[in-house]
Design a protein around this ligand. Structure first.
Ligand SMILES: C[S@@+](CC[C@H](N)C(=O)[O-])C[C@H]1O[C@@H](n2cnc3c(N)ncnc32)[C@H](O)[C@@H]1O
Length: 257
């Protein structure tokens, strides 16, 4: 899957607001080891390294394109590695992940995996987008259905409907409680983005949700896919302004000592 850091950063201000909220939710504790899962271009990893100078901070991401833009070397306690979150090794005092875990399936199982990799007394802090019911996603799935052959049957989450693995705040809280977590905070918040009509929505989704589809298609099929998606979006959003009530779920929890 090929990520484009420039496209992702076109909406940097809108995308960084939830990260600031998540960073603010992290309790101040004597962390020694911190991992940022799906760190992207690593701005928040650097912020974690500066905020916790006594901790070794690792940014993990599967995308070479994103990692190529990370601020490696800007803090002595900071390093980046290419790797898959599903194959994470080691234990950490703080496991942090902003806008990345939605790319992995089966969140109750994923939380259980991460929980095993949290040191006693450790903190889990996660933010995931929860706007999968929005028309931009529904129409993307409808477009993918039209390109089943070209996509080799791929749908975003490996199901016919392309269903999201993201849980409700209550779902995360219950899963965390079942794992024995304390101090659970789980909230949902709307981070609105005002976009220039359907084309603005396409620019937004090109940075994220479109990536797994376009990166599986050759240039000609990708152009046809985009046109089909564009036509659907224009029919749904005929005006020149879209108020996109982008909803996200944020949660933190502590593993008892
Ligand atoms: C939407 S970006 C978020 C980047 C960064 N956390 C931020 O908030 O700006 C999602 C990132 O997750 C990474 N990612 C997705 N699935 C992954 C996986 N299974 N293992 C590691 N990284 C993954 C992508 O490469 C991408 O950089």
């Amino acid at each position: 899957m090929t990520w484009n850091p420039d496209q992702y950063h076109r909406f940097q201000a809108a995308r960084s607001a939830p990260a600031h909220d998540l960073l603010a939710m992290i309790p101040q504790r004597p962390y020694r080891s911190v991992v940022d899962l799906g760190c992207g271009t690593g701005e928040q990893t650097l912020e974690l390294a500066r905020r916790f100078p006594d901790a070794q901070v690792l940014g993990l991401d599967s995308s070479a394109e994103m990692l190529a833009r990370t601020p490696a070397g800007q803090a002595a306690n900071l390093r980046f590695e290419q790797g898959d979150i599903a194959q994470l090794t080691g234990t950490y005092d703080l496991i942090y992940s902003n806008a990345a875990l939605q790319w992995l399936p089966d969140h109750p199982a994923l939380l259980a995996q991460l929980w095993r990799q949290l040191a006693p007394g450790g903190v889990l802090a996660v933010q995931v987008p929860a706007n999968h019911d929005h028309a931009s996603h529904r129409l993307l799935t409808a477009t993918a259905d039209e390109f089943t052959d070209e996509l080799g049957g791929f749908t975003r989450f490996g199901t016919a409907q392309g269903a999201s693995p993201v849980l409700t705040p209550a779902g995360y809280a219950e899963s965390l409680d079942a794992l024995g977590a304390t101090d659970i905070t789980a909230i949902s918040k709307v981070y609105p983005v005002v976009l220039r009509g359907a084309d603005g929505l396409i620019e937004w989704t090109r940075g994220t949700a479109l990536v797994p589809y376009l990166s599986r298609l050759g240039d000609a099929d990708a152009a046809r896919f985009l046109e089909s998606y564009r036509a659907r979006l224009h029919a749904e959003f005929p005006g020149d302004r879209v108020y996109y009530a982008f909803t996200r779920v944020l949660f933190t929890a502590i593993r008892p000592s």
